[in-house]
Design a protein around this ligand. Structure first.
Ligand code: ADP
Ligand code: MG
Length: 238
């Protein structure tokens, strides 16, 4: 669990300013939700935090360390995307343990981690299956398991539930909330689902066209939207 500071982050692709100066300060253990219309720069911001994209200017600090320019592996983050990206030839157990294996974590410790994560996510009965033998929801749990096994300082979730059907989405949302309460980790979570945002977030950042329009608690955003865009987007009664 760590703080995350995003300071004046700009990102330009060619001549297009996709992030126009983002400032966000996230507390250790906080659940931050990023919302905004498609194309507003949410994934670009996530990829910048992860180090998958270099920022054009600005700084990113994780746990007080300036990580701007560091490779993803040196940032101590774990990402979960909407596409599950599991290794198809590996069992669930191997998928979860793999990130630990390449970090040379001893076998007994890897096994302990797999058991811990399986218990948290209730996938103990699936450990010997291959990804092709799992449902979409089960695959998403395994993807989360891989992230949890690494004990990162920060979790980045980019629309992790958007490929699931509505019923499963609500179920997973509840589980993610419980996980956060139990683990008290710092999470940045992108969704375009306003209800998901309202139910999961400690604070919400509403983005539009590469800028943060409002950053506040769900209650603040609902009761006191900063402008017409926020009011319309979050369905507030302004
Ligand atoms: P969101 O996740 O909010 O839907 P993205 O961050 O994916 O938005 O994209 C923001 C804008 O940046 C879009 O206009 C998109 O076309 C553009 N963009 C994203 N990645 C690239 C890239 N690698 N090269 C050029 N343009 C990009
Ligand atoms: Mg996106």
């Amino acid at each position: 669990m760590a703080t995350l500071e995003i300071q004046s982050v700009k990102k330009t692709f060619g001549t297009v300013d996709v992030l126009k100066g983002i400032d966000l300060s996230i507390e250790a253990g906080e659940f931050l939700i990023l919302v905004g219309p498609s194309g507003c720069g949410k994934s670009t911001l996530m990829n910048s935090i992860a180090g998958l994209e270099d920022v054009t200017s600005g700084d990113i600090h994780i746990g007080g360390t300036n990580v701007t320019g560091l490779a993803p592996k040196d940032r101590d983050i774990a990402m979960v995307f909407q596409s599950y990206a599991l290794y198809p030839s590996m069992s669930v157990r191997q998928n979860i343990a793999f990130a630990l294996e390449i970090r040379k974590v001893p076998k007994e410790e890897r096994n302990r981690e797999v058991e811990r994560v399986a218990e948290l996510l209730q996938i103990g009965h699936l450990l010997d299956r291959k990804p092709s033998q799992l449902s979409g929801g089960q695959r998403q749990r395994v993807a989360m398991g891989r992230a949890l096994a690494r004990h990162p300082k920060i979790y980045l979730f980019d629309e992790p539930l958007s490929n699931l059907d509505a019923k499963l989405r609500v179920e997973m949302r509840t589980e993610i909330k419980k996980l956060h309460q139990r683990l008290k980790t710092t999470i940045v979570y992108v969704t375009h689902d306003q209800i998901e945002a309202m139910t999961l977030a400690d604070r919400i950042a509403v983005m539009k066209d590469g800028e943060v329009q409002q950053f506040g608690t769900p209650q603040q955003i609902y009761d006191d939207p900063a402008n017409m865009f926020v009011a319309g987007f979050m369905g507030s009664p302004a």
